[in-house]
Ligand binder design. Structure first.
Ligand code: AMP
Ligand code: MG
Length: 409
């Protein structure tokens, strides 16, 4: 075993090394109705203007501006009613001067019409309509054709995540089929002789396998149905057999445990024996220092640390963005905000420190309240938190009110 050449890299270096070792996404076509959560693989150009025709923004009366000019509560103006245009109907080609037309929201604006006075400013009377306001007071209430989208305009770029707003915009264009990226096949193999499944009876010295359900849930959050590859014991032959078939089967492989410095930490060595190439091992950070990253035939392989919070953190901060990028998503990393520290927290001399916290908007700023203990094995404070406070290498003790960078998970 030659081992990794890059050991104990910085957080920024790790992110950059992962980024340059990701395969590019494949593409498939998908009905719009099933595209939520997918990433666009094509550019979308507007086929039609939106609104396609000028239409009314209000229920009210379509008229020519001069004919109600100056109308107010004390001095209403009355016009005869010449007809009605409901949404979905075509307006009359002409309508007599000195009259108005009842018009409903979304109905096409008739030729000559300069605006719509909302129904709230009017009263229908025998043979006509009384106006208590004019267009200067109420605005034109016309939605001009092409105000939202102009035919031929670029609507969405490749890499854009399709959510409900995108679905609505595309449906409004009459688009029913999209080119989106493929979701990678991701396998997860837990390792450790001590591991016990949640349904098994406890035995002395055993530790329950919480990483498998956690990682499968984190994959599901990304829209990926992970492949549960079970639990590998801590011996080279079994690991080699399981890892070899896993590598052949998936697009990206995740393991947990067996990547730190113990004598049973065999994952890196066995992967290397199977032909995987090291990219880096260990990051100057807490939690998640032992993270291993290799490639096998261009497939990314992450050796996640065994400790549950390390696994959670390294998946969220490194693996999830990598998977989003493999799916072509441009906006792939967690969002960062600045927050006021509530309480105290201390960084580490030679590592980036990610301290769990509960962050919320209070008054006019985010406030982040640390949730110690921060130990890599402590799951209960993770469920109490919604974010990590990120302290760069060498940050000393910070007091109440200090400005800190926070990322939500
Ligand atoms: P390792 O890196 O294999 O030495 O594991 C570090 C710690 O994480 C040990 O306490 C393991 O028992 C624990 N651990 C490893 N895998 C899991 C898992 N799948 N679920 C829960 N804890 C685990
Ligand atoms: Mg282990």
């Amino acid at each position: 075993m030659s081992g990794p050449s890059k050991v104990f890299v910085s957080v920024a270096e790790a992110l950059a090394l992962i980024e340059v070792n990701l395969p590019s996404p494949g593409r498939i076509s998908m009905p719009l109705s099933r595209a939520a959560g997918r990433v666009l693989a094509e550019e979308i150009v507007a086929k039609e203007s939106l609104p396609a025709f000028s239409n009314s923004a209000m229920d009210g009366y379509a008229l020519r501006a001069a004919e109600v000019a100056g109308a107010c509560a004390e001095n209403p103006v009355e016009l005869p009613l010449a007809g009605e245009i409901a949404a979905g109907e075509m307006p009359p080609a002409t309508w007599p001067t000195g009259t108005c037309l009842r018009i409903l929201t979304g109905a096409p604006i008739p030729a000559d019409c300069e605006g719509v006075v909302p129904v709230e400013e009017t009263q229908e009377v025998e043979g006509g309509v009384r106006f208590y306001a004019d267009l200067i007071a109420t605005g034109s209430n016309i939605r001009p054709s092409g105000e939202d989208v102009k035919a031929g305009a670029r609507l969405l770029a490749p890499g854009h995540l399709v959510g409900p707003a995108e679905i609505a915009l595309l449906a409004a264009q009459g688009i029913t089929e999209l080119e989106v990226t493929r979701r990678p096949r991701v396998g997860f193999l837990a390792t450790g002789d001590e591991l016990l499944a949640a349904h098994e009876a406890p035995r002395p010295g055993a530790i329950r396998n919480s990483n498998t359900p956690m990682i499968l849930a984190m994959l599901a959050d990304l829209g990926i149905e992970g492949v549960d590859l079970g639990v590998a014991p801590d011996n080279e032959e079994s690991l080699a057999t399981l890892l070899a078939s896993a590598l052949a089967d998936v697009d990206l492989l995740l393991t947990s445990g067996g990547v730190s410095a113990g004598r049973y930490d065999l994952v890196g060595k066995v992967l290397e024996d199977l032909g995987a190439k090291w990219v880096f091992h260990k990051i100057a950070q807490q939690p998640g220092k032992p993270l291993a990253f290799l490639t096998w035939m261009d497939k990314p392989v992450f050796g996640l640390p065994g400790n549950p919070v390390s696994g959670f953190f390294t998946f969220w901060y490194y693996v999830a963005p990598a998977l989003r990028k493999m799916m072509g998503q441009t906006d792939a990393h967690p969002r960062h905000v600045m927050a006021k520290l509530r309480g105290e927290i201390a960084g580490k001399p030679e590592k980036s420190f990610f301290g769990r916290a509960y962050t919320r908007w209070v008054g006019d700023a985010y406030e982040a309240e640390p949730r110690p203990p921060h130990g890599s094995h402590v799951l209960s404070t993770l469920t109490d938190a919604n974010s990590f406070i990120i302290l760069p290498t060498g940050t000393g003790k910070l007091e109440e009110g200090a400005e800190v960078r926070v990322a939500f998970f």
